[in-house]
Design a protein around this ligand. Sequence first.
Ligand code: GRF
Length: 192
Amino acid sequence: MALLTGSNKIKTAVFISGTGSNLKSLIQFSKLKKSPIIIEMIISNNAKSKGLEYANIYKIKKRVFDFKNSLSEKKIIYQLKQNNINLICLAGFMKILSKSFIKNFKGKILNIHPSLLPKYKGLNTHEKAIKNKDKYSGCTVHFVNSRLDSGKIINQKKVRIKKLDTPKTLAKRILIQEHKLYPAAIMKVFSP
Ligand code: GRF
């Protein structure tokens, strides 16, 4: 297998809104020799995202945009193109990107979602899985298209729902799997 060096890795931006634990796992993955990606930018819609701290820790460029209108999206697209970003990983990013944004990065946006898609698109996935008495929930990495949580699935991991699970306990166990699933998805799609 060819070794990937910084210069031929896929320049990646990670979009976050909150804690950024998936961001952290992606950064750690990106440091491995075998990783096909290098994380060049962290973008958040929320200046208070805890995950923005990783930009300082790992010396990665960070930008905050409100994503409220097409002007702010244009500014982001400009920044991403300026930095030769070729892959966008949405990781706990709570805004819906416009059709035109997605068109600009067609086939180059991935998302991680805390359910076994196509079940439970959107919010409150753990509540829904528990309420429906599902035996399993889990997480999914998929390509982003213009319909919410509906793009082509790359990989999934099942997590058993325990009798006494609350949305919080289930979310915690699924999150641990998310941290492995996202790097695995990237390897599946891009590894040489
Ligand atoms: C994750 O469960 C992600 O799938 C969901 O929000 C959570 C964010 O976690 N959309 P983090 O910010 O990566 O820690």
